[in-house]
Every structure is written in structure tokens, then in C-alpha cells.
Ligand binder design. Structure first.
Ligand code: KG4
Ligand code: ZN
Length: 341
């Protein structure tokens, strides 16, 4: 293995701007989180019912310096003490990515320290280590957010097999679209989660796409089924109970996620499952996964919400691992909206 580019006690600054969170965090030794500052743009995009890429990029430009200053201040460190800089390289919205990536490269260059361009999903995978040092590969990771739905086998840090991905919409995207359709506001996941508590998850048997088949996901058919169900009920003059629709929709999404994650763990004989991404905040998904692993003697780890959503600390943790492996990103590299894992 190549020589490590930073020491074991290194302080890494991590920057994340792949979507609508402007975020920065400082991590020591790869696992000790000293700060994690997240400036969400949810309010900015709410009137549009989804993230507007141009607005996201502009907001990152405005907020980036303050967020970095705050991350350094919260960590109680001076910029000169930083041993390396990491920033999300992709995947994500290209205009948004470029802001954090260019900032990270400029800081690394000015400070004369190594730079790591991090794969966003790798950040989500290692986020759990910032909470518990005793989590180590191999494990299965389910990363579900507004932009991604990935089921992964983590063999080693830095060595992953993608077991399954979404063939169309991401899980969070499906939540957001159905919430918008039901006039529940943006971001829709938390609203559906709340409303579903008052509904019957068995009220409507929505389709469980690809259930029992492979490890890929598909949510666009489910979305169409919900819309068709509501339109038909409206045409028939029936009373539409939004809570039942929310609960039944959520159950369909959760069902396939639990089924596939457990099957992946069984097939790979993994005894640990890690959950990450904004949708990991879903109360029903957490409840159902928790119940499912208890029967199977599998450990489930769901990081606290600030580590599930997009954040800079997870990017610092991933950058630390890469730089310790002797892998730095050259300063002439560019961000990549479709970066493969
Ligand atoms: O990780 P994240 O903050 O940003 C992305 O990388 O996308 O995830 C945001 C997504 C949104 O789609 C949001 O609706 C969803 O996570 N989300 C939820 C819940 N909280 C956030 N989805 C379902 N249930 C929730 N409680
Ligand atoms: Zn994410």
C-alpha cells in the first residue's frame, strides 16, 4: 500500500455542497467529530417544491465562507492547524458541487496540505464511524436520500460492492413527489412520516416493485399507482383520506427496503447493517428495520440525524481514510456530477 499522506492524528476539514446543504465539519483521527455545521436551504427551495439547482449553487457561494469559519470556530482550531482538506467531488448537482470542491482545493493549495475529493456515498457510508468507533467492516449499508438509494456491501473501508440501486426515482424523491401531490409541502418525507402516523398502512395495497427480485429498487411505478388511485377515487366522488394514502405509500417503500436489506445481509452473511441518508430519519423505516434485525441477531446502526443528512464531518472522515491510504486528489481534478463509486 502507498505511504499515508497524513498522520494518524490528522485534523481534516470536510466540505459538502452536493445538493441543498452548505456544510463543513472538522474531524480528528478520522472518527472524532469536533464540529459539524449544516446550513440547510430547505426554506429557499420550498416554494418550488424541490431543489432549484441554480439557486442552490448561488446560496452555497454566499454561505460557504461563514459555514467554514463556524466549523473551525466550533472545533476550536485555527485554519493553519488543519492537516488536510476534503470536499465532495460527486455525484450531485454540478453547479452546487463546484462551489465546495473549488473552495476545498483553494484552501488545500493555500495551506499547502493534501486534498481529497470524496465520493458523496462514501461519506454517508462512513458517517456511522463518527458516532461509534466499534463499527468496522464488513457490513451492509443502506443509503437512502433525496438523491440516492444504494444498497452496498462494505468489505473494507474504501472497498465497496454496489449490490443494488434505484432504477428510477430515489426513495426520498418518491416521498417528496407524493407529498407534493398530496399538498403536504417540501421536503415531503417528514410530512408523510407525520401524517402516516394517523393513517392505516394496510388501507391501500400499493405495488411493491421488484420485491423478492434482485437488489435493485424502483419507485416510479408506486408513484404512478398513488396518483391513479387518488384520481379514480376523486372521479368516483369518494372521500379521500390523505393519512391512509400517506401510510400505505410509506409502507410500500419501507417494505421493499427492509426486505432487500435483510436479504442482502443474509446472502452475504453480514452481522451489521448501517443506515444513512435523509430517509434514514423515517420513523417507520427505523421501526421496521429494528424489529427485523432483532429476530435475526443482526446489529443495526442508524447515526443521529445530523450525521444522516448531508454533512461535512462525514466528508472529512472519508477524506481521512483515502489520504491514510495514500490517495490524494490532484488539484487539477474537476467535480463530477455522475462520479462512480
Ligand atoms: O440526505 P438528505 O438531507 O439530502 C439528500 O442527499 O437528498 O435527504 C433529504 C431527503 C428528502 O427527500 C426528504 O424528504 C427525505 O430525505 N426525508 C425523509 C424523512 N426526513 C427526510 N423521508 C422520509 N421520512 C422522513 N422522516
Ligand atoms: Zn446525501
Amino acid at each position: 500500500m502507498p505511504e499515508p499522506l497524513i498522520g494518524p492524528d490528522a485534523l481534516v476539514l470536510g466540505i459538502e455542497t452536493s445538493c441543498d446543504e452548505t456544510a463543513a465539519g472538522v474531524v480528528r483521527r478520522g472518527t472524532e467529530m469536533l464540529s459539524n455545521v449544516i446550513a440547510s436551504q430547505a426554506e429557499l427551495h420550498a416554494p418550488y417544491g424541490g431543489v432549484v439547482p441554480e439557486l442552490a449553487a448561488r446560496a452555497h457561494v454566499e454561505r460557504m465562507p461563514m459555514v467554514i469559519d463556524q466549523a473551525l470556530a466550533d472545533a476550536g482550531v485555527n485554519m493553519r492547524e488543519i492537516d488536510a482538506v476534503a470536499a465532495t467531488r460527486g455525484p450531485g448537482l454540478i453547479g452546487a458541487l463546484l462551489v465546495g470542491f473549488a473552495t476545498g482545493k483553494a484552501m488545500a493549495s493555500a495551506l499547502g496540505v493534501p486534498f481529497s475529493g470524496v465520493h458523496h456515498i462514501e461519506g454517508h457510508i462512513v458517517a456511522c464511524m463518527l458516532e461509534r468507533n466499534n463499527i468496522s467492516p464488513p457490513f451492509i449499508a443502506l443509503i437512502v436520500s433525496g438523491g440516492h438509494t444504494s444498497l452496498l456491501s462494505v468489505r473494507e473501508l474504501g472497498e465497496y460492492d454496489v449490490l443494488g440501486e434505484t432504477l428510477d426515482d430515489a426513495a426520498g424523491e418518491a416521498f417528496d413527489k407524493i407529498a407534493r401531490f398530496l399538498d403536504l409541502g417540501y421536503p415531503g418525507g417528514p410530512e408523510i412520516d407525520k401524517m402516516a402516523k394517523r393513517g392505516d398502512p394496510d388501507a391501500i395495497a400499493f405495488p411493491r416493485a421488484l420485491s423478492g427480485k434482485g437488489l435493485d429498487f424502483s419507485f416510479s411505478g408506486l408513484k404512478t399507482a398513488v396518483v391513479r388511485h387518488v384520481r379514480k377515487a376523486e372521479a368516483a366522488g369518494e372521500h379521500i383520506k390523505r393519512a391512509d394514502i400517506a401510510a400505505s405509500f410509506q409502507e410500500a417503500v419501507v417494505d421493499v427496503q427492509v426486505e432487500k436489506t435483510l436479504r442482502a445481509a443474509r446472502e452475504l452473511e453480514a452481522d451489521t447493517i448501517v443506515l444513512g441518508g435523509g430517509v434514514a430519519a423515517n420513523s417507520r423505516l427505523r421501526e421496521r428495520l429494528k424489529a427485523a434485525v432483532e429476530e435475526k441477531r443482526i446489529r443495526l446502526h442508524v447515526p443521529e440525524p445530523n450525521l444522516c443528512v448531508d454533512n461535512g464531518a462525514m466528508i472529512a472522515a472519508a477524506g481521512f481514510i483515502r489520504l491514510r491510504r495514500g490517495e490524494a486528489t490532484p488539484l487539477d481534478a474537476s467535480a463530477d456530477a455522475a462520479l462512480p463509486l
